[in-house]
Design a protein around this ligand. Structure first.
Ligand SMILES: O=C(O)CCC(=O)C(=O)O
Ligand SMILES: [Fe+2]
Length: 204
């Protein structure tokens, strides 16, 4: 499988895994069955409400803190379990949780970041499924600033693994040309060993 990154990580784009009918079916089901909420985040000390909506699901009520907000995982829905199985069969990896994002149109996107929160398995694979509007997706190397771009199609799978999160940022740029919604699912592995046992250490 082709690696989109030239060095310091592995990103595989599997293309359209689902046919358009199936992908549209999942899009509609996810739209109506997921507990979509506007995220509250603290950016530069200011509490903001994100325009995009998000949700967090998993095997057990994992707590996950990102953008300064903690969420508790909801139990899998039928569709999420079916999609998790598809990702696991394709990649040979396993996942125990899923972060979902709903972008209503091209005004909504996601800023440069990497997914390496302390709850996430170090160098664990992240499987990203996309539904609805096709959007550009960018990677930027943290030191060389080299950029890599790809297109996330309806019903497609992208996998980020190895040292990708250590060395590369990624972003979903906004686009004035897009007037329809997109749903993204990122299946992840949360380390449950320290969940509930140890309180989150304070960061200074
Ligand atoms: O919407 C996407 O394709 C990416 C979302 C993402 O990077 C994330 O949820 O961490
Ligand atoms: Fe991400």
């Amino acid at each position: 499988m082709l690696n989109l990154l030239p060095y310091d990580g592995t990103v595989n784009y599997y293309g359209k895994l689902l046919d358009p009918r199936e992908a549209d079916h999942y899009f509609q089901r996810l739209l109506t069955t997921i507990d979509w909420r506007n995220d509250e985040a603290v950016i530069f000390g200011k509490r903001i409400i994100t325009k995009r909506k998000a949700a967090w699901y998993g095997d057990i009520p994992f707590e996950y803190t990102y953008s300064n907000a903690t969420k508790t995982a909801l139990p899998w829905t039928r569709e999420l379990l079916a999609l998790k199985k598809i990702c696991e069969a394709q990649t040979g990896e396993t996942f125990n949780s899923c972060l979902l994002n709903l972008y209503h149109d091209g005004n909504e996107g996601m800023a440069w970041h990497c997914d390496e929160e302390r709850e996430l398995k170090k160098n664990g694979a992240i499987a990203s499924l996309s539904f609805g509007a096709e959007r550009r997706f960018l990677f930027k190397h943290k030191t060389s600033e080299e950029k890599i771009e790809c297109l996330l199609e309806n019903g497609s799978l992208l996998v980020m693994k190895g040292t990708t999160q250590t060395h590369w940022l990624h972003r979903l740029p906004p686009s004035k040309k897009i007037h329809t919604a997109r749903i993204n699912l990122t299946f992840r592995t949360i380390n449950n060993s320290n969940q509930a046992l140890n309180p989150t250490p304070l960061r200074h």
